[in-house]
Design a protein around this ligand. Structure first.
Ligand code: HEC
Ligand code: HEC
Length: 320
C-alpha cells in the first residue's frame, strides 16, 4: 500500500515536473524571439527644421526624459539636467529593467544603431536586437516625418557615455517576453506627415501618438491592459509619498476635471507645473508645449464623449 502511494506520488511529481522543466528550459532558450517587420524607410536629416521639431517633440510632448533620464519623473519636476543618458531602473513583477542611453555615444548609446533600427523601435516596438520591446512607449502612430525629426535631434546632441545594465528578467519575465510581447500592429497606416494647428484633430494626434495622455488617463488592470473608458482616468499610479489616481479628462460636467475649464485655464494649468511634487505626470516636459498645441489638446479633450467616473486624486501612503 505504502509502496503504491510512493509510486503514484512519484509519477504525479514527475508528470508535473518534467513538462514544467521542459517549458522553463524552452523559455530560457527561446524568450529572445526575433521578429522581422516591414522597413520604415525613415531617415534622419541634418536640416535645422527637422532638428528643432525633434527637440520640441523629445523635450516637450514626447517627454522622453521622464524615462530615459536616470532620475526619471523626479527630473521632470525638479529640472535636474541629467538629460537622455538612460539608466532609469524600473522595478516590475517580472524583473528589473533599465532604460537605454539615447545620446549618440558609439559604445553605450544609440550611436551604433542605424536610423532604420531606431525608427523600427518607435514605429514597430522592435528593439535593436529584433526582439519585441516591453511596451512602455506609444509612439507607433507618430508620423514618418516626426519620427525622422526625433531621430535627427537625438543624433545632434552631445554623446554621453553611460553604460546601462542589461535587464534582469526573472522566469515570469521570460515567459511574458516569450509569449506576450509582440511588435505593434497598426490598424491603419500612420500618417507620413501632420501639420500642427489648433484643431481637435491635431490634438488627438498629440494625445494619442505623442503625449501618451491616454496611457495614464485610462484605467488599467494588473497586467497593464486597458479596462476603463479611454481618457476617463482612474488609473492608480504609486509614487514616493502616495498613490495618484489619474483624473477623468472627458468633459463630464460632474466628474470631468477640465469640464468647467476655459482654454485659458487649461493653458495656465500647464504653465504652472506640478502641484504635487512627486506627481507621475511629466509636467516639466508638458510645460514647454506651445499655446497652440495646448489649444489643440483642449479642443480634442472637450470633443470627447463625456464619461462619468469620479476618481480619488491622491491617497498618501500612510492612509493606505
Ligand atoms: C514611459 C517610459 C518611456 C518613455 C516616456 C520613453 N521611453 Fe524609450 N524606452 C523605455 C524603455 C523601458 C525601453 C526599453 C524597453 C525594452 O528593452 O524592452 C525603451 C527603449 C527605447 C528605444 C530602443 C532602444 C533599443 O535598444 O533598440 C528607443 C530608440 C527609445 N526608447 C526612444 C525613446 C524616445 C525617442 C522617447 C521619446 C519620444 C522615449 N523613448 C520615451 C521607456 C520609455
Ligand atoms: C505618466 C502618466 C501621465 C501622462 C503621460 C499624462 N498624465 Fe495627466 N496626470 C497624471 C496624473 C498622475 C495626474 C494627477 C496628479 C497631478 O495633478 O499632477 C494628472 C493630472 C492631469 C490634469 C489635471 C491637473 C489638475 O490640476 O487638476 C490634466 C488636465 C492632465 N493630467 C492632462 C494630461 C494631458 C493633456 C496629457 C497628455 C499631453 C497627460 N495628462 C499625460 C498622469 C499623466
Amino acid at each position: 500500500m505504502k509502496r503504491k502511494l510512493i509510486k503514484w506520488t512519484l509519477r504525479i511529481a514527475l508528470g508535473v515536473t518534467i513538462p514544467l522543466a521542459a517549458l522553463l528550459l524552452y523559455v530560457q532558450f527561446s524568450y529572445r524571439q526575433k521578429f522581422s517587420t516591414a522597413p520604415t524607410g525613415i531617415r534622419a536629416s541634418n536640416s535645422p527644421e527637422a532638428i528643432a521639431r525633434g527637440r520640441y517633440l523629445v523635450t516637450g510632448p514626447g517627454h522622453c526624459e521622464s524615462c530615459h533620464a536616470p532620475d526619471g519623473t523626479e527630473r521632470l519636476q525638479t529640472g535636474s539636467l541629467k538629460g537622455l543618458i538612460g539608466g532609469l531602473e524600473i522595478k516590475l513583477p517580472f524583473g528589473i529593467i533599465y532604460t537605454p542611453n539615447l545620446t549618440p555615444d558609439k559604445a553605450t548609446g544609440i550611436g551604433k544603431y542605424s536610423d532604420e533600427v531606431l525608427a523600427s523601435a518607435l514605429r514597430h516596438s522592435v528593439k535593436h536586437d529584433g526582439t519585441a520591446l516591453i511596451p512602455f512607449m506609444s509612439y507607433n502612430t507618430m508620423s514618418d516625418e516626426d519620427i525622422a525629426a526625433v531621430i535627427s535631434y537625438l543624433r545632434s546632441i552631445r554623446p554621453v557615455p553611460n553604460d546601462v545594465p542589461e535587464h534582469d528578467l526573472n522566469i515570469l519575465g521570460k515567459i511574458v517576453h516569450r509569449f506576450a510581447l509582440k511588435p505593434f500592429q497598426a490598424g491603419e497606416a500612420p500618417p507620413k506627415s501632420v501639420v500642427p494647428d489648433t484643431t481637435a484633430r491635431y490634438g488627438k494626434y498629440l494625445a494619442l501618438s505623442v503625449g501618451n495622455c491616454a496611457g495614464c488617463h485610462t484605467n488599467r488592470g494588473k497586467t497593464g491592459d486597458f479596462i476603463g473608458a479611454q481618457f476617463a482616468g482612474g488609473y492608480r499610479m504609486p509614487a514616493k509619498t502616495g498613490t495618484y489616481g489619474t483624473p477623468n479628462l472627458t468633459p463630464d460636467p460632474e466628474t470631468g476635471t477640465i469640464a468647467q475649464w476655459s482654454v485659458t485655464d487649461f493653458i495656465k494649468r500647464f504653465r504652472q507645473g506640478a502641484l504635487f511634487p512627486d506627481s507621475p505626470m511629466p509636467w516639466k516636459s508638458f510645460g514647454v508645449l506651445t499655446d497652440n498645441d495646448l489649444k489643440a489638446l483642449y479642443y480634442f479633450l472637450q470633443s470627447l464623449e463625456p464619461v462619468k467616473n469620479a476618481v480619488p486624486r491622491y491617497t498618501p501612503h500612510d492612509a493606505d
